[in-house]
Design a protein around this ligand. Structure first.
Ligand SMILES: Nc1ncnc2c1ncn2[C@@H]1O[C@H](COP(=O)(O)OP(=O)(O)OP(=O)(O)O)[C@@H](O)[C@H]1O
Ligand SMILES: [Mg+2]
Length: 498
């Protein structure tokens, strides 16, 4: 970022739009760049007017129109920081736009640079070609280390070193400098020391504020999943391909995995387990929220979520119901001014170009909404299709579920439950067992085979309710995806044979 900013100024760009919510940290960077280039730095705000940062002298021009009119009077080689100016560009006065374009033109010939720093990109089409945009990334480990040392010093604590330091920096990555400082300080107040647990907890809160991202506190394990042998084997194989040794060997960093299947078959479970297998933090992106109440903000929300994800990386990013991210992109333009298509484009190009070690696990159950571009080879390393569990898988799922609720599978006739749950998803098996627990609890006893069988027979599984859709999904999956389970050829009931 520093080099890019310096190069733009040296090359004579007169308008730079910096996307960052860290005004103070960016201003410090801009000041140091201006000093290095021998430029004067002036900072404007609607409250202070135009302040020369070198001597503190103030020019009283608090009106945004006034400051634009005096750009030509400033000394040559000046950098003008326009605070909060993006807000004036949201629904701009035509006069302001004209003045801005004039100021940018004057600036170009005289080395005067206008910098707008805003937390989101608001650039009207009239200015798109006159201003270059730059993203100011979140603080890296070195910058976080400086903040950490500052807090330790002011709390009169020893400088942190070794494992604790690494844990604290891991916990703080993805936070802005202000958020990191607050989290370190809070940890001192709460624990009289520096605690990575407190910082990680605060990060989970801070990340959630964006509305799109969430840190999942407990990654799952492959032990929680019954069946899906091919998918599990694939994950185990990729586990070692995601680290320093693999990079040294020359392997490209894995991009990600897409899991498609009907509801309740363990897709989310697998996404969570991936983070466990890779021993990385798990972030969840809520695709459905992308088109929140403020349509215009979806794009900047996504950009800022991507910044956070990259700062936290290496990590696993789970995008649940990814189809929702694209559901509007086909008709976009006529319905939402093209927001969905733009968001879709931003996401696809990130998937394509990302260099940060982020392993994406996307799950979907409605393939009709998925754009073909997303499924193209190279976007994901593999696309798996999860079908209804077969006999062996149901047996494993029953074992897992019965144990999960603190019961001994040996006390139930699992074989007959496996037969009775033909056509059931893992989630329906769990639900039937939970139903039988309620019945047994009401009778102050332990659940019996009869309770469970009764619960099964009173359930109409989704596979029966949605038989046609399921068939359609299987047909679609054939040839496009890899099965998550080794085909069980002794099972004539399975209609789809890979
Ligand atoms: N293969 C499985 N092994 C063990 N438990 C399973 C399996 N499949 C589903 N379950 C149980 O069902 C619950 C729901 O499954 P999960 O959330 O993974 O389904 P999903 O495929 O993501 O469904 P949806 O499409 O509705 O999001 C799990 O929490 C788990 O308890
Ligand atoms: Mg799910």
């Amino acid at each position: 970022m520093r080099t890019a900013l310096m190069n733009y100024i040296r090359a004579g760009y007169s308008g730079i739009y910096v996307i960052s919510s860290e005004e103070t940290r960016f201003e410090a960077e801009a000041k140091s760049v201006a000093e290095e280039l021998g430029h004067a730095l002036l900072a404007w705000s609607a409250t202070d007017g135009l302040v020369n940062t070198a001597d503190g002298s103030v020019r009283d021009c608090r009106d945004p129109l006034d400051v634009l009119q005096i750009i030509g009077e400033l000394p040559e080689s000046s950098v003008v920081l326009l605070r909060d100016f993006h807000l004036f560009l949201e629904d701009p006065d035509p006069f302001l736009l004209r003045l801005m374009r004039d100021a940018l033109r004057v600036g170009k010939t005289s080395g005067r640079v206008l910098i707008v720093c805003g937390c989101r990109l608001i650039l009207p089409p009239e200015l798109e070609h006159d201003m270059v945009t730059l993203e100011f990334s979140l603080p890296g480990r070195d910058a976080l280390g400086v903040i950490l040392d500052g807090i330790a010093e002011s709390a009169e604590l020893d400088k942190t070193t070794g494992d604790l330091r690494e844990q604290l920096l891991d916990a703080a990555s993805g936070l802005s400098s202000v958020e990191a400082e607050d989290a370190f300080a809070l940890s001192v107040v709460e624990t009289a020391g520096l605690s990575a647990v407190v910082v990680a907890r605060e990060k989970a809160r801070a990340v959630k504020k964006n509305g799109l991202l969430e840190i999942c506190p407990t990654p799952g394990s492959l032990e929680d999943i019954g069946g899906l042998d091919l998918l599990k084997a694939w994950l185990n194989q990729r586990h070692s391909a995601f680290g320093a040794a693999a990079a040294e060997y020359g392997l490209p960093s894995p991009k990600g995995l897409m899991i498609i299947g009907i509801p309740g078959t363990g897709k989310s479970l697998t996404a969570k387990a991936t983070a466990g297998v890779f021993e990385l933090p798990l972030l969840k992106l809520d695709a459905g929220r992308l088109y929140g109440s403020l349509v215009g903000q979806s794009e900047s929300n996504l950009r800022s979520a991507i910044q956070t994800i990259e700062a936290i990386s290496p990590c696993v990013l789970w995008i649940d119901e990814i189809e929702k991210m694209f559901s509007g992109s086909k008709s976009s333009g006529s319905t939402d001014g093209g927001t969905a298509s733009r968001v879709f484009g931003t996401f696809l190009s990130w998937m394509q170009d990302k260099t940060a070690p982020v392993f994406v696990v996307a799950t979907a159950n409605d393939v009709s909404q998925l754009p073909p571009e997303l499924l193209r080879k190279g976007r994901f390393d593999e696309i798996f299709f999860v079908d209804l569990p077969d006999v062996d898988e149901r047996s494993a799922i029953w074992g897992i579920q019965v144990r999960k609720y603190g019961r001994d599978p040996g006390l139930l006739s699992i074989d007959s439950l496996v037969t009775g749950s033909d056509g059931f998803t893992g989630s329906e098996i769990e639900q039937a067992f939970v139903d039988s627990l309620y019945v047994a609890f009401a009778g102050s006893r332990e659940p019996t085979d009869e309770d469970v069988t009764h619960a099964l027979s009173s359930t109409v599984p989704l596979s029966r309710l949605m038989a046609d859709q399921l068939d359609g999904l299987r047909r679609w999956a054939q040839g496009r995806t890899r099965p998550a389970t080794t085909p069980n050829t002794s099972q004539p009931k399975r209609r789809l044979q890979y």
